[in-house]
Design a protein around this ligand. Structure first.
Ligand code: M7G
Length: 316
């Protein structure tokens, strides 16, 4: 696994690089195939459960979009065509370009936890209507016990990893944040721009925690997030969607900034909450997100699903 150039040794409890992250991996030698967790035809991504050195790994292999600058190189004698159909003026071919024009994106999660295996598996989903009371009784204790680790977030905030990728930082401990590329963005095509604004403060788990006292933080992120995207990438506010996920996968407040053209899962009505709506709702009613019944979907083998079922929040 490639170590970030400015990766430093562990300094504090919450800023660390695990030993597994220090090993360079340049091929899949030694990776054992366990099973295909999910084959997403829409995003052309295979989610694979693998084992490496007796630990679980999750591998996401994604066929990437063509790069406009290299498309013309495809039309050369190096590209092999194997005919699969011919009818009048119409023909189709399996196409094998040079490997430099045919790369895939791989995301490796290693060592992966059982929650990662659940997150990336094919699943049945159920709709949950979570009241403020359900949140306090069911969701909070689930988060404390079962949520995915925020270690990668603390590494970013402590500049242990990804420091060279930071697009913008406001270091203020109350209203500050770091804006940087989401792991899902290849940082090539700006019409697929996808950034995360990760807040410096660590007391906010999600949307549910927000009230009027956080308006300066939210407005600061909205204003500086948009202006820095304009300065750095030349993309105007009218082309950017900024939103929270509820539920998120990671319980440290972060806001997604994505290009309006980006077609990625996560914009669904039962997951995305626009930053501008959140600000306005809180302005109208400070405890809006503490009290509102929030609707979202949970996976069948997520422990939260079982907890909600026991609590009577899911009608089967
Ligand atoms: P989320 O709404 O908590 O969960 O968003 P989701 O993954 O179910 O959407 C977290 C976002 O952080 C996602 O868009 C991830 O792609 C992104 N992300 C996750 N990790 C582990 C990293 C990371 O290590 N670095 C960066 N830059 N982004 C990450």
């Amino acid at each position: 696994m490639a170590v970030e150039p400015n990766a430093k040794k562990m300094k504090t409890e919450d800023s660390k690089i695990s030993p597994e992250h220090c090993a360079e991996i340049s091929s899949f030698a030694g990776f054992e195939f366990c099973r295909l967790l999910k084959n997403d035809m829409r995003s052309k991504t295979a989610f694979i459960h693998s084992r490496f050195k007796e630990k679980d790994a999750v591998i996401l292999m994604e066929k990437t979009a063509f790069e406009t600058t290299t498309v013309q190189e495809l039309l050369s004698g190096e590209t092999e065509l194997v005919e699969t159909l011919k009818n009048d003026i119409y023909s189709t071919y399996k196409t094998f370009p040079d490997k430099t024009l045919n790369g895939m994106k791989t995301t490796l999660i290693y060592p992966a936890t059982s929650q990662h295996l659940v997150k990336y598996s094919e699943q049945d989903f159920y709709v949950v209507h979570e009241s403020g009371e359900d949140y306090n009784k069911v969701t909070l204790s689930y988060m404390k016990k079962k949520a995915l680790s925020n270690q990668w977030v603390y590494n970013i905030l402590n500049k242990v990893t990804e420091a060279d990728r930071i697009v913008f930082e406001d270091p203020d401990p109350d209203s500050g944040f770091i804006l940087l590329p989401d792991m899902k963005w290849d940082r090539k095509d700006t019409s697929a721009l996808y950034l995360q604004a990760v807040v410096h403060r660590r007391d906010l788990l999600s949307l549910r925690d927000l009230h009027q006292g956080h308006l300066p933080l939210l407005k600061n992120i909205a204003k500086k997030g948009i202006s820095s995207i304009g300065e750095k990438f030349g993309i105007p506010a009218s082309k950017i969607r900024a939103y929270f996920h509820y539920l998120p996968s990671y319980y440290h407040l972060h806001i997604h900034f994505a290009h309006i053209k980006l077609d990625s899962p996560g914009f669904e009505a039962d997951r995305a909450h626009l930053l501008t709506d959140v600000i306005e709702n809180i302005e109208m009613k400070s405890l809006y997100y503490k009290e509102k019944t929030l609707v979202y979907k949970v996976r069948e083998d997520d422990p939260l699903y079982t907890a909600f079922l026991e609590h009577g929040c899911i009608k089967k």
